[in-house]
Design a protein around this ligand. Sequence first.
Ligand SMILES: Cc1cc2nc3c(=O)[nH]c(=O)nc-3n(C[C@H](O)[C@H](O)[C@H](O)COP(=O)(O)OP(=O)(O)OC[C@H]3O[C@@H](n4cnc5c(N)ncnc54)[C@H](O)[C@@H]3O)c2cc1C
Length: 270
Amino acid sequence: MSVDRRDPASRIAAHHSTGSGIVRIGYPIGARRVRVVARQQLTPNMLRLTLGGPALAGFHTYQADDHIKIVFADPDGTRRDPVPNAEDALDWPRPLPPTRKYTIRRYDAVAHEIDLDFALHEGGLASTWAVSAKVGDEVTIAGPPGAKAFPHHYDHYVFAVDDTALPAVARWLEEAPADVSAHVVAEVGDAAERAYPLASRDSVSVTWLVREGDSMLAETVRSLRLPAGRTFLFAAGEAGDVKPLRTWGQDHVDALVTGYWKRGIAGLED
Ligand SMILES: Cc1cc2nc3c(=O)[nH]c(=O)nc-3n(C[C@H](O)[C@H](O)[C@H](O)COP(=O)(O)OP(=O)(O)OC[C@H]3O[C@@H](n4cnc5c(N)ncnc54)[C@H](O)[C@@H]3O)c2cc1C
């Protein structure tokens, strides 16, 4: 199926200001070879890598939860990167190379840099790579493919996330209008992760949950007292933890609920 990838910046800006619901808007998709230009340990478990280089000129990202795929080499070191085609999309080799998705926390169009924030954990291909990545190392990124854009004019927003979707919330808080009303419910693996930097706003309250056993994310969201009007729910994190929110408040809540990872599954594809 062909995707309209023309002028995504204007189409997304229009949807943010006057649209309704969730709209898929495609971007021209690139595959870029970039370098690690900086490392910053944001919290004990959240590592920011800044990637940069001339290949990032003309990068497209207009929605706070836009993501790229990091394209890894095969276990024997062979690189099989996707190749841009005439449709402004990518031709992927088969079988697919190993990839992992990360949110574009920041894009600097002048410095040609992006920030990716890695929630570190045991045993992951991407997490292990990030821990050992050195300034100067090369990496291939593919995408972003486009946005699932949602407007900036809901009466209220609820963000229900774990560590992996904190970068999307942090970017949204910086890019949304100053007077937005929102609850952020963030469930993290350790109390020290509450230091992850989020912009503070008068009408935004942040509730931190520290996971001990079963997730309390869905239950906490369900107990929120929502203001009158229409609410938008953005829920992202471990697939089983966010799944109960798919059916929450369907008569007055529009929702984008995404499993970002799944316990026991490597390289979950959503
Ligand atoms: C659209 C999108 C955006 C995302 N943005 C971000 C982001 O900005 N930052 C971020 O950190 N993650 C983000 N994720 C989640 C990330 O892609 C997954 O966590 C991914 O599985 C990590 O890859 P890995 O190679 O480290 O682990 P994998 O090789 O995929 O998994 C190895 C094992 O680790 C487990 N595992 C995977 N992730 C975690 C975790 N976070 N905590 C504990 N155990 C885990 C798996 O269940 C598996 O058992 C995003 C996912 C999506 C779909």
